[in-house]
Design a protein around this ligand. Structure first.
Ligand code: ATR
Length: 275
């Protein structure tokens, strides 16, 4: 019988994870089954428990259950502790291991797939919710000259700054404070793109050779990527690469094999209607 995995979320029907993991399994000859499981908003723990009962070996956890998955874990990786959220569970004999592969996925997409260095660079991270928090530690591991966290609600950026200050040069800011500053990498970790909005960024923040990265993806450019293009960012990237890389990191955790992500990113981009 195939080993059983799943993504658990609400909603979950739109999830690309089954497609991605099926691609990894085909490519690496691994015999797995991967399902998409819808959990009621008040029923995450029961749903995860029932899946484990059925023989589930591991799960990806998506919106809005990453905090509950963190609480459910009996052991946490260091990066899951720093993220304060869990996107990958491993069901072991006596334990539930919680990990967070989102930040590693982002950093790998930026540094390996896009070939954009982070060390000694000035990085701007927009947003201070769960998505932003999850990527701070992995970004700091690459020792940027500065990591500036900007958020509409300033206090939340200040809180994150304090939480991560010991790990590198982290600065918090309001959007207005960014006037006159330039960045080599600007990451949109807000949910603004979901609503067709653009965070209130001043003009002139993109250094030459800069990369604009939106963790969201969809058809066409997000408002942030359109702005970045108009403002002369050298390169634009959406979150597809991050999505596939975080999945690859989960697959590695479960199966001990690092799949090739390039063909799967290609497949997602080229299959009509898949985004
Ligand atoms: P997630 O877990 O996806 O990060 P979240 O915790 O709701 O979701 O956080 C959403 C983030 O997007 C927040 O940083 C939010 O800013 P506030 O803290 O000020 O609410 C940010 N955000 C959402 N819409 C935005 C917009 N139109 N402009 C700027 N920031 C926005």
């Amino acid at each position: 019988m195939s080993d059983l995995y799943a993504v658990i979320g609400n909603p979950v029907a739109h999830s690309k994870s089954p497609l991605i993991h099926a691609g990894f399994a085909r490519q690496s000859g691994q015999d797995i089954r991967y399902e998409a499981i819808f959990a009621p908003l008040d029923g995450f723990v029961e749903t995860a428990g029932a899946f484990r009962q059925r023989g589930g070996k591991g799960a990806n956890i998506t919106v809005p259950f990453k905090l509950e998955a963190h609480a459910l874990s009996s052991r946490l990786t260091e990066r899951a502790k720093a993220a304060g959220a869990v996107n990958t569970l491993v069901f072991e004999a006596g334990d539930i291991l919680g990990d967070n592969t989102d930040g590693a996925g982002l950093v790998r997409d930026i540094t390996v797939n896009l070939g954009h260095a982070l060390d000694d660079r000035r990085v701007l991270l927009m947003g201070a919710g769960g998505a932003a928090r999850g990527v701070i530690r992995p970004l700091l591991e690459h020792e940027p000259a500065a990591l500036v966290i900007a958020n509409r609600t300033r206090q939340k950026a200040d809180d994150l700054q304090q939480l991560f200050a010991s790990l590198g040069n982290v600065v918090s800011a309001a959007y207005g404070d960014l006037r006159g500053q330039e960045f080599d990498l600007v990451i949109n970790a807000t949910s603004a793109s979901l609503h067709g909005d653009l965070p209130p960024l001043p003009k002139g923040i993109f250094a030459s050779a800069s990369l604009a990265y939106d963790m969201m993806y969809g058809k066409g450019l997000t408002p942030f990527l359109q702005f970045a293009q108009q403002q002369g960012a050298a390169r634009l990237a959406d979150g597809i690469g991050m999505l596939v890389e975080q999945a690859a990191e989960s697959f590695f955790l479960w199966r001990g094999i690092r799949p090739e992500t390039g063909p799967v990113i290609e497949m997602l981009r080229s299959s009509p209607g898949s985004l």
